[in-house]
Design a protein around this ligand. Structure first.
Ligand SMILES: Nc1nc2c(c(=O)[nH]1)N[C@H]1C(S)=C(S)[C@@H](COP(=O)(O)OP(=O)(O)OC[C@H]3O[C@@H](n4cnc5c(=O)[nH]c(N)nc54)[C@H](O)[C@@H]3O)O[C@H]1N2
Ligand SMILES: Nc1nc2c(c(=O)[nH]1)N[C@H]1C(S)=C(S)[C@@H](COP(=O)(O)OP(=O)(O)OC[C@H]3O[C@@H](n4cnc5c(=O)[nH]c(N)nc54)[C@H](O)[C@@H]3O)O[C@H]1N2
Ligand code: SF4
Ligand SMILES: [Mo]
Length: 736
């Protein structure tokens, strides 16, 4: 036996394989962190099919964060004004279950909510669904994936009849044209980008188009960068389709035999001639034509997208219109082609399989479907009708439920909403009103701990065994190779213990996570995400496995799997659906009072709210401070110079940043990174400014755009401090 452990990087959805060795092996000197603690050595796992041994700076430095500022013991307090006191697990769990029992009698199960995360392992997700949706009978489980990929989920379901990205990473090396829209792949999915860039560099004929209001590192590498105005994606997509129609670049056999709804779509297209589209998007007609030409002349087009598409008040429509282009040109179900949504978090994909949003159930099932509910009830040994037919509260509905007093217990795990939710002033005010908040995290302090009554210490990656699924449906085992600090426990074990204490002893009698995963895979039988052929044992013995994978199936071929290779789709008639939307534009468009569009996003080194990366010196040096990107055309009239402090004001809040004046952002748009919460800087929260208006289908908030104005800090006099606007565009919070 070697001392090394094969596992998965616990950061992004690329899902790179890691090979981890303990500190000081075979007489080597031990690497130590700045405080003298030994550091585990991390390398890329060459045998991993998704990453071939590559890693980025986040994966390479992960082990430096594992022992810093950990939450080690359960803590409690009676009110938010008091300091926490350390308590036993017994006392903490009793407090939680007593509160739950009381609420079940006084207000019913729907007063209980859990807000989880794509950073759960699949076992954590699954047990949480069984507890909330099965045993308690409320669908009030939602995850931060609501802020992340729920538009991709609803787009796939509406167009194909089921969720599930049809592509795989091998397609990156087989495509003739990569269409990257609303994704800064170079910084956010670096190893996917490495694979694509190598292929692009090697093959002169291969094209890369990037659609992003910012000239990101990704855009720098493209043959064509379309710096569209935020929120004009549907105009662009319809504009490309208009030209493809006009030039006869469509696949009429595929359209006739494999799709429905084409006439309605082509009717919509009439309204998108190049002049109109170029003008709305703020690009040239020539560039629009080049994009259409690359689409039309390429045999295999692969679209990649992430938050610039999903985080939008018309996110589902954007996803569906990307898919329209693939249906119209027959670019699906074949190597090098297809609509490929990139998942953000390491196990956002596993969360989808396990039913980790408030409208879905395990095995790609829907809460609203009576047969689906029945199948799950049966497998869980619960009475018929136990699962509620109503979708539960989404992440944002949990916040408004606290405002109205309908939510009596909020349990937050593996996410930091006091930084990552929209409209933070309102979010924080609602959290302050919460009668009882449980916060289960690996680190302390974090911003959300400020709003908790009970803190539960979670074992994190490396300290518990479970699986994660990456963007290309590859499942990797992440074995435990260190001990959790103090009394920290795996998330699923905590949920299962609460279930047993509430009387569901049989439902939660698992001895280990291997058994949990085995039960979960039974719920995927004959579903698109079938994983009955996957188990901890098989993953341990043979390495990562891509689903679908049926029991007994030979899995040891290296061949990647694509969905829909027979061009039949899981809709009632087997045909994929065209959609026919017009662009509605932004939920909060700029106006004379708030003339700029603020967009928000990520930097290469940092991960979200910095709970890990903020504690790694190398990454802190890479991105020491927050900033705002402003185009010179917008900075000049306000007299804003490089590095000058600027106050950004929206109708809801303000934040202050040093200016970075750059032509790499479209005029009229400004950008701030999302990584700095209250713990890491003063008044630099991107979400102090954003709003919660969401896509009507996916209920995903428009975190990528809100209207703002800039005020140079030097010019602010006492009487001109920030005030929330009286003309709030959206319903304002209840008075506190
Ligand atoms: N380094 C790093 N990598 C990460 C993460 C991290 O925190 N740090 N997080 C992971 C997670 S959970 C996620 S979800 C992914 C996110 O990955 P990405 O989606 O690539 O990242 P973002 O920076 O949020 O947004 C992408 C781009 O959308 C653009 N954009 C804004 N508005 C629009 C628009 O209207 N239309 C178009 N076409 N583009 C627009 C922005 O300018 C931005 O460059 O990254 C994952 N990887
Ligand atoms: N303005 C703006 N806001 C955004 C976005 C944006 O682009 N712009 N992006 C949105 C998106 S896509 C996302 S995904 C969210 C991300 O936002 P969050 O989910 O709030 O961010 P993280 O910092 O990843 O928080 C994860 C937490 O889980 C803890 N953790 C890690 N592992 C474990 C574990 O195994 N168990 C437990 N219990 N805890 C663990 C970490 O310590 C950390 O506190 O932000 C959203 N908010
Ligand atoms: S690309 Fe993503 S999964 Fe790979 S090492 Fe970097 S953060 Fe980890
Ligand atoms: Mo995300």
């Amino acid at each position: 036996m070697t001392d090394s452990t094969k596992t998965l990087c616990p950061y992004c959805g690329v899902g790179c394989g890691l090979d981890v060795t303990p500190p000081a092996q075979r007489g080597q000197a031990t690497n130590r962190d700045s405080e003298g603690r030994p550091i585990w050595k991390v390398r890329g796992d060459r045998a991993h099919p998704s990453s071939h041994g590559m890693v980025c700076v986040k994966g390479a430095t992960i082990s430096e964060s594992l022992d810093k500022d950990r939450l080690k013991y359960p803590m409690m307090r009676d009110s938010l004004d008091e300091p926490f006191r350390q308590v036993s697990w017994e006392d903490a769990l009793e407090a939680i279950t007593n509160r739950m029992r009381k609420l079940l009698v006084t207000k019913g199960a729907d007063a209980i909510c859990m807000y989880g995360s794509g950073q759960f392992q699949t076992e954590d997700y699954y047990i949480a669904q069984k507890l909330l949706k099965g045993c308690l009978g409320t669908n009030n489980f939602d995850a931060n994936s609501r802020l992340c990929m729920s538009s991709a989920v609803s787009g796939y379901i509406q167009s194909f009849g089921s969720d599930g990205p049809p592509c795989c990473y091998e397609d990156l090396e087989l495509t003739d044209c990569a269409f990257l829209i609303g994704t800064n792949t170079a910084e956010c999915h670096p190893i996917i980008f490495n694979r694509l860039r190598k292929h692009h560099k090697k093959n002169k004929k291969v094209k890369m188009i990037v659609v992003d209001p910012r000239r990101t590192e990704t855009a720098e590498a493209a043959d064509l960068h379309l710096a569209i105005r935020p929120g004009t994606d549907i105009d662009l997509l319809n504009g490309i389709a208009y030209l493809l129609m006009q030039w006869g670049h469509y696949d009429s056999v595929f359209i006739d035999e494999c799709t429905a709804g084409f006439p309605e779509f082509s009717e919509v297209l009439q309204h998108y001639p190049p002049e109109t589209v170029a003008q709305r998007c703020g690009i040239s007609i020539a560039d629009l034509e080049t994009a259409a030409r690359y689409w039309g002349e390429s045999e295999r087009v692969l679209s990649l997208w992430s938050m610039g598409v999903n985080q939008s008040s018309e996110g589902t429509a954007k996803v569906r219109h990307i898919i329209n282009l693939h249906l119209m040109t027959g670019n699906i179900g074949k190597p090098g082609a297809g609509p490929f949504s990139l998942t953000g978090q390491p196990n956002a994909m596993g969360g989808r399989e396990a039913g980790g949003l408030s409208h879905i159930l395990p095995g790609y099932r829907l809460v609203k479907n009576p047969q689906h509910r029945q199948e799950v009830e049966q497998l869980w040994g619960l009475p018929a009708g136990q699962i509620s037919p109503y979708p539960g509260r989404t992440a944002w509905d949990m916040i408004t439920g606290l405002e109205t007093g309908e939510v009596g217990l909020l349990w937050v795990a593996a996410t930091n909403p006091a930084v990552s939710m929209p409209d933070l002033e309102r979010t924080k005010a609602a959290l302050k009103r919460s009668p009882f908040t449980v916060y289960q995290d690996a680190y302390y302090p974090t911003e959300t701990a400020t709003y908790a009554h009970v803190l539960l210490p979670a074992a994190q990656w490396s300290e518990k065994t479970g699986v994660m699924t990456n963007s290309e449906r590859v499942v990797t085992l992440c074995p435990q190779f260190r001990n959790p600090p103090g009394e920290a426990r795996a998330d699923w074990e905590i949920f299962a213990e609460v279930g047993r204490r509430l009387g569901f002893v049989e439902q939660f009698s698992f001895k280990n996570s291997q058994e949990v995963y085995a039960e979960f895979t039974q719920l995927t039988r004959r579903r698109l995400c079938e994983s009955t052929g996957i188990s901890h044992e098989r993953l341990q013995a043979h390495g990562p496995i891509q689903w679908p994978c049926q029991e007994g199936e030979e899995i040891f071929t290296a061949e990647a799997k694509r969905l829909y290779t027979e061009f039949r789709f899981p809709t009632p008639d087997g045909r994929a659906r065209f959609s026919a939307y017009h662009s509605r534009g932004l939920a909060e468009p700029p106006d004379p009072n708030y003339p700029l569009v603020l967009t928000t996003g990520r930097l290469y080194g940092h991960w979200h709210t910095q709970t890990r990366t903020g504690r790694i010196p190398k990454i802190q040096q890479m991105h020491p401070n927050p900033f705002i990107e402003i185009h010179p055309r917008d900075a000049k009239p306000l007299g804003i110079e490089e590095d000058a402090w600027v106050e950004v004001r929206s109708r809801r809040g303000f934040a202050r940043f040093p200016a970075k004046i750059t032509k790499a952002i479209a005029p009229g748009t400004v950008f701030v990174p999302m990584h700095w919460g209250a713990l890491w800087a003063d008044n630099a929260e991107a979400n102090a400014l954003t709003h919660p208006q969401a896509c009507p289908d996916s209920l995903q908030p428009e975190l990528k755009a809100c209207a703002v104005k800039l005020v140079p800090v030097a010019t602010i006099t006492e009487g001109e401090q920030f005030q929330p606007a009286v003309d709030q565009m959206f319903s304002s919070p209840l008075s506190v």
